[in-house]
Design a binder for this molecule. Structure first.
Ligand code: TZP
Ligand code: MG
Length: 219
């Protein structure tokens, strides 16, 4: 994975998709509009519960991402990530401990870790095997019921000042706040609803890419 892959980092699962649409339909539109990474996050109310259904959906999402040469990351579920030969796994502080995850997937999968506090960001610096951090929530979010306290742009800047790892900001980033968030120097913007609930997905993805001009140059 390259740092530029983090620029427009789309996160979604079945629970995030508006009625009348499908995850695969929204994902294909997002891929063709230029997202640079996709994280499959099946979690919370209205998410799929059947392991078979999740596996089938993850396989199809992985294939779509492969068609666009976009990294496919699985949230939280190491077994699923390995079963579908994902490019990466993303875990939170409450998931399987990061050391266990690294031990299981080292050399096979990209590893991402969510951090909410300065202490978590600082601790992550010395853990060998973490490829990138997700830092947030930056703003209040309606996409995650058990979200940690929001840290704001000030909190993000402070976290980045102690961070040497590639990183994405996540949580409540919208069309009004995405420019200020990108201006902190964070390597990418991770979003759910900004893409899933946008009436103009291609336009918002183009605007996100515009905040990271290095990405377009690599195409
Ligand atoms: N982790 C921290 S906030 C969040 C996750 C998965 C939800 C982000 O969703 P949105 O809609 O971009 O606020
Ligand atoms: Mg998690």
């Amino acid at each position: 994975m390259q740092k530029t892959d983090l620029a427009v980092y789309f996160v979604a699962g079945s629970q995030d998709i508006p009625a009348g649409e499908t995850l695969l339909g929204v994902l294909e539109a997002a891929l063709s509009a230029g997202i640079t990474t996709f994280q499959y996050r099946e979690k919370g109310s209205n998410s799929l519960t059947s392991a078979t259904a999740k596996l089938a959906l993850a396989q199809q999402a992985r294939d779509l991402c492969a068609n666009y040469k976009v990294p496919f990351i699985v949230d939280d579920d190491v077994d699923l990530a390995l079963a579908v030969k994902a490019d990466g796994i993303h875990v939170g502080q409450k998931d399987e401990t990061i050391q266990q995850v690294i031990q299981r997937v080292r050399g096979k999968l990209i590893v991402g870790l969510s951090c909410n506090t300065l202490g978590q960001v600082k601790r992550a610096q010395s853990i060998v095997g973490i490829d990138y951090l997700g830092i947030g929530p930056i703003f209040s979010t309606t996409s995650k019921a058990d979200a940690e306290p929001e840290i704001g742009i000030v909190g993000l800047k402070r976290a980045l000042s102690f961070n040497k790892l590639p990183s994405v900001a996540i949580g409540g980033i919208d069309s009004n706040t995405m420019a200020a968030t990108a201006a902190t120097g964070v390597d990418g913007l991770a979003v759910i609803s900004l893409i899933t609930h946008s009436p103009q997905r291609a336009k918002i993805i183009a605007a996100m890419r515009h905040l990271y001009p290095q990405v377009s140059k690599n195409e």
